[in-house]
Ligand binder design. Structure first.
Ligand SMILES: Nc1ncnc2c1ncn2[C@@H]1O[C@H](COP(=O)(O)OP(=O)(O)OP(=O)(O)O)[C@@H](O)[C@H]1O
Ligand SMILES: [Mg+2]
Length: 329
């Protein structure tokens, strides 16, 4: 089987591009340095993005983390999603010395999303409610240590079962559904315990790139009936739903009240507020609508620099966004 990268002509095309750049770097209006893991680079920097970017005068250059940033580029924009204190301080230092460069986004603002304790705080603070709907977060409890404290803590907080147990650190995706308090003691803190919200098995992924918003529909966990909730016990690991789940965009025979996308004005307002409060321009939200309600929404997850490769038309949206950043400078 031939991998995409091995398709004859593609490699040559890359070399050709590099020669072209070396000969005339001034042809590029925008130079974007990127520091992404190889997995992220592969999913984000697809040939269709690089091709369109090149046409629009945007050049992507990989940042070499082992060399001083100031000696590379010069960049107009730096895109990054690397973690670690060392990288964070390199970037902070670079941001101070090079205010002319747009760093997407500030490391401390990104870090805010790495804990499930702080991640949803801004959505809760927003208390958003208008004629288009109400946006909440599920009631949740943080368990730092001592799993034996869980049953009492869940009773005190009056959380309603079943609960979704999520590792406090957002980069771990070992999620479980717990039907009773005692079984939760089997889990390993630090954890967030979150009320499970029935949502008809469909969720919405809202991608944000600066001011642009795209929503896609995805299959999700099925509802848990009241009888089932009171009769069942135990904790059940569930697989990483969101990356495995099929798109529900083209699904037919879905109940329209479940499938209908959240109203555009509601999403626009939510995105605008969160952009400002989080201080981020590149993120996505997982939103569900409580089943049986028309307009009660819950944000359950926020990710920095999500898999934009799955966002329809991302190459157009992203390149337009990068150009707009430079234009506004
Ligand atoms: N409170 C909740 N109520 C109902 N379903 C939930 C809840 N929290 C999570 N889920 C379900 O579990 C899935 C994964 O949850 P979440 O997005 O928080 O985890 P994650 O590991 O950060 O996922 P990813 O990074 O892959 O999006 C959701 O897409 C949704 O299907
Ligand atoms: Mg998610």
């Amino acid at each position: 089987m031939k991998m995409k990268d091995e398709i004859p002509g593609h490699e040559g095309e890359d070399e050709e591009m590099m020669d072209e750049i070396a000969a005339a770097p001034h042809k590029y209006a925008v130079v974007v340095g990127y520091a992404l893991t190889s997995k992220k680079t592969k999913s984000f920097l697809q040939p269709k993005l690089e091709r369109l970017a090149r046409k629009k005068g945007i050049l992507f250059i990989a940042i070499d983390e082992s060399r001083p940033l100031s000696e590379q580029g010069p960049f107009d924009i730096v895109l990054h999603k690397l973690t670690g204190k060392k990288w964070q301080s390199i970037l902070e230092d670079y941001r101070m010395k090079h205010p002319e460069v747009t760093v997407l986004d500030p490391p401390d603002a990104i870090e805010h999303l790495y804990s499930r304790q702080s991640m949803l705080q801004d959505v809760a603070d927003l208390k958003m409610s208008d004629s288009y709907g109400k946006v909440c977060v599920p009631r949740q409890l943080v368990i730092e240590d001592d799993p034996s404290s869980i049953p009492a803590a869940v009773s005190n907080a009056q959380l309603r079962l079943p609960l979704v147990a999520k590792p406090l650190v957002a980069k771990s995706h070992e999620l479980s559904l717990a039907y009773d308090k005692l079984s939760l003691q089997k889990l390993e803190p630090p954890l967030v315990l979150q009320e499970f919200i029935n949502h008809g098995g469909v969720m919405f992924k809202v991608y944000i790139v600066g001011e642009a918003i795209k929503v896609v529909r995805r299959f999700s966990l099925p509802d848990v009936g009241r009888r089932e909730a009171s009769k069942s016990c135990g904790v059940f690991r569930f697989p990483r739903v969101s990356s495995a789940a099929a798109s529900a965009d083209d699904a037919e025979d879905l109940d329209p009240s479940v499938a209908e996308l959240p109203p555009r004005p509601l999403l626009e307002r939510l995105a605008r507020e969160l952009r400002r409060r989080l201080g981020l321009r590149l993120f996505n939200l997982d939103i569900i609508r409580e089943h049986g309600t028309k307009d009660r929404y819950y944000v359950i997850d926020i990710n920095y620099f999500p898999g934009y490769g799955k966002m329809p038309e991302y190459e157009h949206i992203f390149t337009d966004f990068l150009l707009s950043l430079v234009k506004h400078k």
